[in-house]
Each structure stands twice: as C-alpha cells, then as structure tokens.
Design a protein around this ligand. Structure first.
Ligand SMILES: *Cc1c(COP(=O)(O)O)cnc(C)c1O
Length: 447
C-alpha cells in the first residue's frame, strides 16, 4: 500500500491503549508542547517521496544523460523550512506560487534551480525577487506576464527558462471529471491562445527560453484516467508546437492532484499504479506523436504531506442537545483547519488514550471559534469522552496550517516533527505579542 492510502501516519501505533506517532506518545507531545498541536511524521513524508521516485524510476532509464523524472513538491500544501529540507533531501524540487514561498525555501538553503514559479497573477515585485534568486523555471500563465517578464529580464539582464501554462480542457476532482474543449478557468492559456503565446515568447528569445508546457487538472483526484487524457493533450500539443515553430520543446509538467484517504470510503490509487499508468501512456503517446521522451515534472502537494500530519486538540466543554446532537468542543477549529467549514471536508479522529476502547458514542466535534459553521467533524463514533481528553484528527498535513488564520485573535498552533522517538519544534506557537505585533496605535490616540 502507498502512504497516500493510509488514513493515519505511517508510524502510527498503539501502545497501552495510547496513540504514538514517530515513536512519540501523543499524550507526552500534548503535555510538552500544549494543544492544539500539529504533529508531522517525518517517516510518512520520506516514504511517500520514495514511492514517487521508485514509481517513475524506469522512466529515467529512457535517457540516463538527463534526469527525465523531476518531481516538484507543491509548496502551497504546507510551506515550512524544516520540511522543505526533508523533501529536498528526497530529490524533490518545489512548485511555488508566491514571494513568501520562494523566500521560505531560499532561507532554508534550498537549491533555487529546483524551484518553479507558478501563478496567474505574479506581481512585478515577486518576479523581481524570483529573478534575483535565480530560480529554475517560470510557468508563464498569461500575456501580461510575458510582457512583464520580458521587461524585467532585460532590465536585470537575466536569461530565464519558461514553461507555458495551458488549460487542457480537463478538470478532475475526486469523482467529478469534466472534459471539454474549453474549460472556464482563470489559469493558463486556452488552447487557441497557445500559438500567439509561443510567438510572443520567441520574440524575446535572448532572455526567455521556452522549454515546454505545464498543466494542472485538479486536486484530490481518484481517477487515473484524468492523467492519461491530460498526457495525450500535452504530448500532442508539444509535437504540434515543435513542428509549427521548428522548436525542440522537451519538458512537460503534469501538475499535482493525486488524492489521499481522509476517511475510510476514500479510495485514492496507489502511487506505483499511477506511475506505471503514466509511463505506459507516455510511451504510447511518444510513439504516436513522434517526439523524444520529454522531461516530466509532477507537482504533488497533498499526497506528500497530508497523511504525515495529525492535529492534537484538548476536549473542553460538551453539550447534549435534547434528543439530538452531542457537541464536544475542542481548543481549535476552523482557524487551524478551515477545510471542513470551507468545503465540508471529512476527517477521521480518535481519543488518543482510548485507542482500543469501544466506539460507543456518536458525537459532533465543534471548534472554539465564533461561527456556528465551525464544526470539525459531524457525527463521528468515538469512545466515551471526558473533558480533558486529547482528540487527534488525522490527515491534517496539507492545506491546514497553510490555510490557517488568526480568526478571533487566537494564536496559531505550534508544529512539531517526530521521528525515531524524537520530537523537534519546527514552528513555534504564536504568542499574544505576535498577534498584535503589526498593530499601530497613532500618537494622537495615545494618552
Ligand atoms: C495546487 C496545485 C498543485 C498541488 O495540488 P495537490 O492536489 O495538493 O497535489 C500542483 N500544481 C499546481 C499548479 C497547483 O495549482
């Protein structure tokens, strides 16, 4: 089984009825670092990275002189220096979407040549910073960006390598799959705009080198077929552009999107299976459209980091509605995990000291924030709960901290990395002074 097919971190174990992760007792972690707490399992990250590398290994053999398989971690899922170090050490580069992400990686000492900058409205300041940092690739999204980038590359006398972000007419989320010639999307060039975009980039040939094309077809994808349709379109497009413009584009970025198992009914495909399917489809299309085996980039975010993350909360108040729901409130909620309130995302949870106890009670886990919609999990079966119990919610590595807010002026939780029975703080808990550190009271209001 692949790590993205577990609901719990790879190292999750039960000892004396208590959940341990990375060899650390979750009760000890809660005591030492307080709650809410994000716990990240290093082993889960490394194993999923290795699964990707091994699934695509045979594609690299097609041209041993050139690293053909280049995985990039989509930083937006969770962008933290310590984790970037781990992911980079597993041979991954990085897909980024902001100056903040590029800066985080830069300060962590990541090789900037492995960084790709993506996004539909990169600002001039962001592009300048990216140029100064000498990042490896720009995924050029629109005509405005081609103009901006050609001005800035001239100004700073920098040569850049670019991919053309296109909208291939496929959109895929879990079971929802749309394929039409035209997708209404804010990202990338529509297929009918591609030739004009290529012409504009070729006009700036001294500074901008087009290397290939890029697409991203969705997130939390369970259907491997989406990727195969995407490959067909991308390869056909590369072959067509090369013929029409006499070019040798040889890079193809397929984007991210592979799903994870949040709840038992989720059935994401195994990484090895996806890898094999992608390689066979590529082989078929390379032959059919007569191109050299291209460099392929994939950009998984969620499937790298989701399963590695578990959030610990302390249970406080409880409320039994007459003949109805039992609400159990925790010391976090929509500010540290906005996914349930934003798009009804579902999660599994346990009481960390009652792992083997019978799940006898149906409860709804409520957050502490002042919104009726701040419900983390609706109707979950758990053992009998007491105030002070520690609740863990699994699969919170992706799009939790990276989407967290300070709603209700609550400090963002700390994050710890666990491995081999050791725990290390990788993000300190915010303090009350952090919360007000950017506020200014004008002199005239003082005194
Ligand atoms: C969001 C995004 C990803 C990552 O998607 P996941 O579903 O987290 O794997 C990769 N590439 C691009 C361009 C994205 O926008």
């Amino acid at each position: 089984m692949s790590t993205n097919q577990f609901t719990k971190p790879a190292t999750a174990k039960v000892e004396d009825n208590i959940l341990t992760i990375g060899g650390c007792k979750t009760t000890d972690l809660a005591k030492q670092y307080k709650t809410p707490l994000y716990v990240i399992d290093e082993e889960s990250i490394r194993s999923v990275c290795r699964e990707y590398q091994s699934a695509f290994k045979k594609y690299n053999n097609k041209n041993p002189n050139k690293k053909l398989f280049r995985p990039l971690y989509a930083s937006k899922a969770l962008c933290v220096g310590a984790l970037a170090k781990i992911i980079s050490s597993e041979g991954f580069g990085f897909d980024t979407v902001s100056m903040g992400e590029i800066y985080t990686l830069y300060k962590a000492g990541i090789d900037m040549k492995t960084v790709l900058f993506n996004g539909n409205n990169k600002t001039p300041e962001e592009l300048e910073l990216a140029l100064k940092a000498d990042i490896g690739r720009y995924s050029v999204d629109n005509f405005y960006e081609i103009e901006l980038l050609s001005e800035l590359t001239k100004k700073y006398n920098k040569k850049v390598d670019v991919l053309l972000r296109i909208t291939p007419g496929i959109e895929c989320h879990t079971h929802d799959y749309i394929k039409t010639g035209q997708i209404d999307s804010k990202f990338g060039f529509d297929l009918h705009q591609v030739d004009e975009a290529v012409e504009k980039i070729l006009k700036n040939y001294e500074y901008m080198h087009i290397k290939g094309i890029h697409a991203h077809i969705g997130s939390q994808i369970f259907e491997d077929k989406c990727y195969y349709d995407e490959i067909e379109i991308l390869v056909e497009e590369i072959s067509r552009i090369n013929k029409k413009f006499g070019l040798k584009l040889d890079e193809m970025n397929m984007g991210g999107g592979l799903g994870v198992k949040y709840v038992k009914t989720d059935k994401p495909p195994a990484i090895e299976e996806i890898g094999n399917g992608i390689i066979s489809k590529l082989e078929e299309c390379i032959e059919k459209y007569g191109i050299e085996p291209p460099v392929i980039y994939i950009e998984p975010g969620r499937s790298i980091i989701s399963t590695a993350g578990t959030t610990l909360y302390t249970i406080g108040s409880m409320k039994q509605v007459l003949n109805g729901t039992k609400y159990v409130s925790v010391d976090g909620g929509m500010a540290d995990n906005p996914r349930p309130s934003m798009y009804q995302a579902a999660y599994e949870a346990d009481i960390v000291t009652k792992m083997n106890d019978e799940k006898a009670e149906k409860v709804t886990i409520a957050g502490r924030f002042c919104e009726s919609g701040d419900i983390l999990i609706k109707d979950i079966m758990l053992p009998k709960i007491e105030s002070g119990d520690i609740l863990c919610v699994y699969n919170t590595g992706a799009y939790n901290y990276s989407m967290a807010s300070n709603y209700n002026s609550v400090e963002k939780p700390a994050m710890v990395l666990v491995n081999n029975s050791q725990s290390d703080m990788i993000i300190n808990r915010e303090t009350l002074d952090d919360l007000i550190s950017k506020q200014v009271i004008p002199d005239r209001l003082k005194g």
